[in-house]
Design a protein around this ligand. Structure first.
Ligand code: VGL
Ligand code: ZN
Length: 197
């Protein structure tokens, strides 16, 4: 069984959003078209409380895209984005959300960020997605969405580490590309055994 995992196709990651990824909206229709080819469709939704610790605004003297040391490691600080219940946290209006079997929210704990759909940024706290996929008998995953070098990359690497077969459809992803983060993420995905198309 194969699942399509659609990562964070939300307004704040599309042009006009708080953490806009260039071309983020271009992938929506092709992702919709792909949904019919899969036995399961899962969407992820970045879902932060106001004042989240990954927001630069929460750290005095820090600007977006600077970093800070957290108990779990280095954290990039972001503009406020995907605040629970806000329009920016909503899915892109053209995304066929009704076709999803499952929607996984992540990043809702105030003190820890969560790029991956499987584990928060401590790489230990599970989101529950692994259990959902395994109990449905799903063994292989195709991943698409935003952003290639953060949430897609971390999700793909964790999924490979958990033993799922993982393909990332690069043409159906868009990247933030902060200080070489795209090249680093692609190399790490390849190293983890993720198939990149
Ligand atoms: C993401 C930065 C912060 C992503 C989410 O979806 O890639 N990036 N939160
Ligand atoms: Zn976020």
């Amino acid at each position: 069984m194969q699942a399509l995992i659609v990562i964070d196709v939300q307004n704040d990651f599309c042009p006009g959003g708080a953490l806009a990824v260039a071309g983020g909206d271009e992938i929506v229709q092709p992702i919709n078209a792909l949904m019919a080819d899969f036995e399961a469709v899962v969407l992820t939704q970045d879902w932060h409380p106001a004042g989240h610790s990954s927001f630069a605004s929460h750290h005095a003297g820090k600007a977006p895209f600077e970093t800070v040391e957290m108990p779990y490691g280095t954290q990039v600080l972001w503009p406020d984005h995907c605040v629970q219940g806000s329009p920016g946290a909503g899915f892109h209006m053209a995304l066929e959300v009704d076709r999803a079997d499952m929607i996984v929210r992540k990043g809702f704990r105030p003190a820890i960020d969560s790029y991956s759909a499987f584990f928060e940024n401590d790489r230990q706290t599970p989101t529950g997605l692994e259990g959902y996929l395994r109990t449905r008998g799903i063994e292989s995953l195709v991943m698409v969405g935003l952003a290639t070098d953060f949430c897609v990359g971390f999700s793909a690497i964790d999924a490979a580490r958990l033993g799922f077969g993982v393909t990332v459809r690069r043409e159906l992803c868009r990247a933030i590309d902060l200080d070489g983060s795209l090249a680093a993420s692609l190399a790490a995905m390849q190293e983890a055994g993720v198939t990149l198309t």
